[in-house]
Design a protein. Structure first.
Length: 191
C-alpha cells in the first residue's frame, strides 16, 4: 500500500484562498496547485508521473473544469479526477469522465477521504489488470504445454504463486458491499 506522502494531488481552483486551504488540509499528501485551467494542463503535462489525483473546480474563467477534464482524458494522463465544485450535479454530468463529484462547501476530512479512495481505486484497478494478465499467461501455457512439463518448470510454479498472491491481495483490498465503489472499480478496469 502506498504511503499518503507518495500520493501526488493537483488542486485546481481559480480562487487562491481555496487552493491554499485545500493544500493545508491535504498536507499529508504531496500537493501542487493551479489557479486556472491552462496552468492545470501545463502542470499535468510537466509532472504527469507525479500526480495521482486531481481536485478540479468545475467553473473557472477561461478553460473551465470540464475542458480541463476532457484534456486530461484526451492526453491519457493516468490520474483520477474529482470535480470539486459549487455546481450541484445535474444530468449534464452523465457524459463527464470524472471519478468523483464533490459539491462545495467541502471540509478537510471529505477531501482527504476522497483523495485516499481515488488512489485506492487506482491501485486496485492496476492489481486487477495485473491479475488478468497473469491468468491469461497461465491459461495459454496450460493449453499448449504438457502438464508434467509445467509442473517441472520453476517459471510456471512461480507464475502460479504470483497469481495466488495477487488474488489474495485483491480479495483483501476491496469491500464490494459498497455498490458505488464497485461501479468505480469496474469502470477503471474497462479503461
Amino acid at each position: 500500500m502506498t504511503e499518503s506522502g507518495d500520493v501526488g494531488v493537483l488542486i485546481v481552483d481559480d480562487e487562491s484562498e481555496v487552493t491554499d486551504l485545500y493544500e493545508a488540509w491535504l498536507s499529508e499528501f504531496r500537493t501542487y496547485t493551479a489557479n486556472d485551467g491552462r496552468e492545470a494542463v501545463t502542470t499535468l503535462d510537466r509532472l504527469s508521473e507525479r500526480i495521482d489525483v486531481v481536485l478540479l473546480d468545475r467553473k473557472m474563467p477561461g478553460a473551465g473544469g470540464e475542458t480541463v477534464l476532457e484534456t486530461i482524458r484526451d492526453r491519457g494522463h493516468d490520474c483520477r479526477v474529482a470535480m470539486t465544485t459549487a455546481v450541484a450535479p445535474d444530468y449534464d454530468i452523465i457524459d463527464m469522465e470524472f471519478d468523483e463529484y464533490v459539491t462545495k462547501p467541502v471540509d478537510g476530512e471529505t477531501l482527504r477521504e476522497t483523495v485516499t479512495a481515488l488512489h485506492a481505486r487506482a491501485e486496485y484497478a492496476d492489481r486487477l489488470t495485473r491479475y488478468y494478465s497473469l491468468v491469461a499467461t497461465h491459461a495459454n501455457l496450460v493449453a499448449e504445454r504438457p502438464h508434467d512439463e509445467l509442473r517441472e518448470s520453476e517459471e510456471f510454479v512461480a507464475l502460479e504463486s504470483e497469481i495466488e498472491t495477487v488474488r489474495r491481495t485483491l480479495d483483501e483490498s476491496v469491500d464490494l458491499g459498497d455498490h458505488r465503489e464497485f461501479q468505480h472499480v469496474l469502470r477503471e478496469f474497462r479503461q
